[in-house]
Design a protein around this ligand. Structure first.
Ligand code: ATP
Ligand code: MG
Length: 575
């Protein structure tokens, strides 16, 4: 490709509205342009990189036996009403009416569409297992679109759906996808981890998120330094040893009221009373529909709403608004406590180890000291209700847990029969009995994977693309285009490398060398060949890897061979 005839509009300045480095670099390197909030155009070089990620995904999906199809972006409301998601999905679902006033939406995901297809076409266990996938544009009206294509409203996703007649087969389909995803992200040249993720009301441990490790990631993850355990922060269990449990009676101090004028937060109260947060119990009032309940966690711990939701088998739970809090506690927000509360009280296991603790007093500007479970209030259920925290042990082996951040690029999920039951996707077993099909779903954010790769691979000069997704594998950089010897050598090498099927960019622009070097670094092309009058006199050209700071002179005659070898080495190093 000749740079002068191509289109890579680069910028020197960091765009003001780009918060994270991958977003800044994708704009500066001329890979994407914003149309409007969360909606982007892929410019030619950006599209090339995106296609390379797609190609890797496609190859590995096909290799694993999945079958590609393409479903529509526009979906009728009726299908979403069948599964109940028309109401449940919320404002992320972009809805509209067509000219006949029929309700429609832009697909944020395709469980309904694929299940509709399968219920019409699959009737026998003999037709399964089946695994369909597509690489297609999704629309989600994200509340906070940001980070460029990382959290966009319109984005390209690979989504796949498996269909099995029996549980063991469904588990196998899941495992096949799990393995394929590991190969995909490995082939993309990424540092990643598959972590256990929440399965919500469906239950079981059959959900993994694939996280690209990056400090700027929106997700938090925990992994064990001793065993292979890794989980999304919200999923990680906290085991309660039970050995320190407070005595149930006997040595308790008398309950005491203490005035705490305007002291609401844990910090304010503990400072005021000169106690540690470990000696205080937070009382959170939550609401799920009409059900209002209290959850207790230790002052330094954080309630994990997902654990609570799963424990109670609820679809949704949220912190109650101030009005409800006042109604049930009789006090303004910040003074809730379990003593005398008339609603159901659940408590985290850690509370069992506490005695003579501090809680809110259900009265303005009042807290209670020396509160004890059983004597002062009853707990309906103790459970693991909190977010794992530094210092907690690995739930699998008791080893040391490490906390980090990541970007979720892929998600595999065993769905079970949620959609097939709701939509009547059934097959007839050997005895002619109707059985719901067991499904799995598997997604990869294609654009997000590309952005995550940049987030993980860059320096102060620009992107350092892992070679499998670099728009170009080699850039040829002639220093003096007006010198015919330089120009001819560059043209010849360009032709030759193209002949070997390489992705080559010839920077034939009549610009200062400094600008060309800067652009080459910014775009992150793994290999750079510099051709200049001085080295040509010795029949040499300069080779530099984007990952290294030093360049080497190589014989002109052997340039093509050396480049091909280098490229092969680069690909081999990430296989
Ligand atoms: P997130 O928690 O980041 O919103 P999600 O759980 O909603 O993700 P899934 O429904 O599992 O995502 O979608 C599959 C994949 O699609 C995700 O793993 C992610 O890589 C990608 N993806 C999801 N939302 C977006 C988005 N707004 N922009 C770009 N990619 C996205
Ligand atoms: Mg989302």
């Amino acid at each position: 490709m000749r740079y002068s005839r191509y289109f890579i509009p680069t910028h020197k300045e960091t765009p003001a509205d780009a918060e994270i480095i991958s977003h800044q670099l994708m704009l500066r390197a001329g890979l994407i342009r914003k149309l409007t909030s969360g909606i982007y155009t892929y410019l030619p070089a950006g599209l090339k990189a995106l296609r390379k990620v797609e190609d890797i995904i496609r190859q590995e999906m096909n290799r694993s036996g999945a079958i590609e199809l393409l479903m529509p972006a526009v979906q009728p409301a009726e299908l979403w009403q069948e599964t109940g998601r028309w109401d449940y999905y919320g404002s992320e679902l972009l809805r509209f009416k067509d000219r006949h006033q029929r309700d429609s939406c832009l697909g944020p995901t395709h469980e309904e569409v694929i299940t509709d297809l399968v219920r019409n076409e699959i009737h026998s266990y003999r037709q399964m297992p089946l695994n369909f996938y597509q690489i297609q544009t999704k629309f989600r009206d994200e509340i906070r679109p940001r980070f460029g294509v990382m959290r966009a409203r319109e984005f390209v996703m690979k989504d796949g759906y498996s269909f099995d007649a029996e549980e063991p087969g469904a588990d196998k389909s899941y495992q096949i996808m799990f393995d394929a995803y590991n190969r995909i992200f490995k082939r993309c040249g990424l540092q990643f981890r598959a972590v256990e993720a929440d399965t919500g009301s469906i239950g079981g441990s059959f959900s993994h998120e694939f996280m690209v490790l990056a400090d700027t990631g929106e997700d938090q993850l925990v992994n064990c330094l001793k065993c292979d355990y890794a989980a999304n922060l919200e999923k990680a269990e906290v085991h309660w040893g039970g050995e320190k449990a407070a005595p149930l009676s006997g040595e308790w101090k008398p309950l005491e009221e203490v005035e705490t004028p305007n002291m609401k937060s844990v910090e304010e109260v503990t400072d005021f009373l000169s106690i540690t947060p470990q000696a205080l119990v937070k009382t959170l009032i939550l609401r799920s529909g009409d059900r209002v309940l209290a959850a207790l966690v230790r002052g330094d711990h954080e309630l994990n709403e997902i654990k609570l939701k799963n424990l109670l088998g609820l679809d949704q739970i949220e912190l109650a608004d101030p009005k409800i809090v006042e109604e049930v506690t009789g006090a303004p927000m910040g003074f809730a406590g379990p003593v005398g509360l008339q609603i159901e009280v659940l408590a985290d296991h850690a509370i069992r180890d506490m005695k003579d603790f501090v809680t809110g007093g259900n009265k303005s500007d009042l807290h209670l000291r020396n509160v004890n479970v059983e004597r002062d209030f009853q707990v309906a259920q103790f459970a693991d209700l909190r977010v794992i925290a530094p210092g907690d042990a690995c739930p699998k082996c008791g080893g040391e847990a490490h906390f980090g951040r990541g970007i979720e690029v892929g998600h595999v999920f065993k769905l079970g029969t949620k959609y097939s039951k709701a939509m009547g996707a059934v097959f007839l077993d050997e005895n002619g009995k109707e059985i719901p099909i067991i499904m799995g779903c598997y997604g990869i954010g294609v654009g997000r994977t590309l952005a995550a790769a940049i987030e993980q691979n860059h320096d102060q000069d620009g992107i350092i693309f892992p070679i499998p997704m670099a728009p170009f594998e080699v850039v040829i950089l002639p220093l003096q285009m007006h010198e015919s010897e330089v120009a001819e050598t560059a043209e010849k090498l360009h032709e030759e490398l193209l002949g070997f099927g390489l992705d080559v960019l010839l920077d034939d622009r009549d610009l200062r060398a400094g600008i060309k070097f800067k652009d080459a670094d910014l775009l992150g092309t793994p290999l750079r060949i510099t051709i200049g009058m001085r080295s040509l006199k010795e029949q040499k050209v300069e080779l530099k890897l984007r990952t290294e700071s030093e360049s080497t002179l190589i014989p002109l005659r052997e340039t093509s061979r050396i480049i091909r070898e280098k490229i092969k080495t680069l690909y081999d190093s990430i296989k």
